[in-house]
Ligand binder design. Structure first.
Ligand code: NAP
Length: 249
């Protein structure tokens, strides 16, 4: 008998085709989940889905710009048509447009808020009735430590990630009685394409304030996400778990 903890579950992962989202997809599938990979570029999502399928994993690629409600609704509809249900939603898609506030344009501000925060709202709203129907629905929002502590040059990003924490707690309260849990992960400095372009000085500055003295890996984040998706976390909702090597205590 299989003892995989997510056997028979269907998970939507936004931005699931690469970086942290891909590691989350890999981890959830290793526990038996079927995957719906959402990406703004269909070919990117399809390429990753094909990689997974070659390993015998049930994976389905869907195109959506998370910041558009109509595209979120369409993506969720296609996922349900394909797999028949949704048990897990991971709101992972996100971008940065870093610059000091005095140089930050309204466009820099809106773009980041639209994708990171409104994108999460759109997918929660589009999938919540299916998550309620699932019986033990799980939502995990990928926030950031900077949403809890702020950061120079990231007013837009920090605000979007702080907003995700407020969204997480409100959704947790509204849907706890409907058996849907909603938690957030706040990663610290994780080595991915998003952080790839940081200057050596910025990277050293992050490591200085990280007691574990190493960047996190996408797999470090994926393991924590998986905990919130399994029944191991059944009496936990509305929480924010830092995965940051001790950066914020
Ligand atoms: P990444 O490598 O840049 O991946 C982001 C993913 O989101 C990509 O697959 C991207 O798709 C997708 N995406 C971007 N805009 C989208 C849109 N409008 N609609 C749908 N998908 C969209 O970033 P990452 O480092 O893995 O970050 C993943 C999450 O972790 C983000 O929410 C980020 O804020 C958060 N986080 C990262 C760190 C870190 O240090 N890396 C720390 C804290 C939190 P395309 O490839 O098609 O652009």
């Amino acid at each position: 008998m299989s003892c995989k903890r997510l056997e028979g579950k269907v998970a939507i992962i936004t931005g699931g085709a690469r970086g942290i989202g891909k590691a989350i997809s890999e981890k959830l599938s290793s526990e038996g989940a079927s995957l719906v990979l959402v990406d703004v570029m269909l070919d990117v999502a399809e390429q990753t889905a094909n990689e997974f399928k070659a390993k015998g994993i049930n994976a389905f690629a869907v195109k959506a710009d998370v910041s558009k409600m109509a595209e979120a609704e369409e993506a969720v509809k296609k996922a349900v048509e394909h797999f028949g249900k949704i048990d897990i939603l991971v709101n992972n898609a996100g971008i940065t447009r870093d610059t000091l506030l005095l140089r930050m344009t309204s466009e820099d501000w809106s773009k980041v808020l639209d994708i990171n925060l409104t994108g999460a709202f759109n997918f929660v709203k589009a999938s919540i009735r299916y998550l309620m129907k699932a019986g033990n629905g799980k939502i995990v929002n990928i926030s950031s430590v900077v949403g809890r502590m702020g950061n120079v040059g990231q007013a837009n990003y920090s605000a979007s990630k702080a907003g995700m924490i407020g969204l997480t707690k409100s959704v947790a309260k509204e849907f706890a009685s409907r058996n849907v849990a909603c938690n957030a992960i706040a990663p610290g400095f994780i080595a991915t394409e998003m952080t790839h372009n940081l200057s050596e000085a910025a990277m050293q500055a992050f490591l200085m304030v990280t007691p574990m003295k190493r960047p996190g890996t996408p797999e470090d984040v994926a393991k924590a996400v998986c905990f919130f998706c399994t029944s191991d976390s059944d009496y936990i909702t509305g929480q924010v778990l830092n995965v940051d090597g001790g950066m914020l205590m």
